[in-house]
Design a protein around this ligand. Sequence first.
Ligand code: B12
Length: 249
Amino acid sequence: MENLDLKNIKPYGDTLNDGIIQMSFTLPVPPSGKSKEAAKLYLEKIGYTNVYITTMERAGENFSFFVAYARHNTSINFEEIDVPEIEVKIRSMKEIDSLIEKHFKRALRVVGACTGSDAHSVGIDAIMNMKGYSGDYGLERYKQIDAYNLGAQVKNIDLILYAKQVKADAILVSQIVTQKNIHIQNATDFIKKAEELGVIKDTILILGGPRVDHKFALSLGFHAGFGPGSKPSTVANFIFEEKLKRETV
Ligand code: B12
């Protein structure tokens, strides 16, 4: 693209490099002309110019929800950003099944749960349950994957002990609630216990959830992290490739 300098990229609004951002936020005051002005002044105070408050709506008693368009002059050097990403070849369920059979001569065992006090089971179900997610079959459907979904509110220690008992090749940990960084505390506790119980080296440890990405999961000691919109087949391909890599070194 002409005029595109990857060392200095800015948000695109109407034209390249105009630095225009659309954003939404809430203030703890009811809607009024004064509240709208407060929203505008707030954005100007943190460095935005050309501020337009395009929406102001009541959001519960004594709160206002705003949508704003505004310009910011900050740019970012895209070239110096280095982010680890999961790179797997995407194969069909059939292909993965036959590759697992060919390379390992047995089904791979995968144990998963949503751990701690977190009661959200839909994410881990999307990855593991037979019917899967977004037109993509879950791990239970794979002939060469023995999938054990322990559900939600499972203690880290119970998940790890179960994984040990069935000699799991991979453990899947789901963390949906992120209030007060509970997901970080819980995932950190999982890794600590996995280390203590000696599963960290021989088991593929995968973290997933709406606020999870690969870089974040690696930083906590997991071997991979999957975020919003993840599909079971990507997870199955990752487990197969990671297992193969480990067996061949
Ligand atoms: C359904 C739901 C519930 C249901 C859960 C039912 C169930 N059996 O799961 C019920 C009503 C029980 C519930 C309760 C609560 N909820 Co709720 N809930 C939701 C809701 C609406 C949808 C979540 C969902 O199912 N998403 C669909 C799945 C498919 O998406 P996903 O979880 O992100 O999973 C995908 C990826 O993240 C990834 N993934 C997830 N896990 C894993 C694991 C691995 C290994 C891998 C590879 C991938 C992976 O793959 C999945 C598919 O792509 C969200 C809001 C929203 N729209 O997201 C709030 C939400 C998650 N809930 C929230 C809250 C606060 C609560 C409560 C605390 C409310 C309360 N005060 O009581 C309680 C929690 C109780 C508890 N102890 O955990 C907040 C969390 C806020 C935060 N930042 O932490 C949300 C975001 C709503 C909000 N905006 O406030 N909730």
